[in-house]
Ligand binder design. Sequence first.
Ligand SMILES: [Ca+2]
Length: 84
Amino acid sequence: MYSDLKIAVEKYERTKGKTLYDVFEMFDKDHSLSLDLKEFINGMEQIESGFSIEDLEFLFMSLDVDKSGTIRYSEFFDTIQHHF
Ligand SMILES: [Ca+2]
């Protein structure tokens, strides 16, 4: 499922000419430099990732490495860049 996440994000980056940081910033509506579950789900729907809500909840929990209830940029970035 991580590879699907990477593919979805990279497809969006390519078609829109965005960086991974731009994508994160777009998701991070309140500019807290971290994503809560709602921001993550809304963001993934915005880039038309095609994941179900259940999949997104699972991904969110996996991305939240330290189980803080939010995804920090470093967690987001590390998972997408280095998980393969
Ligand atoms: Ca946030």
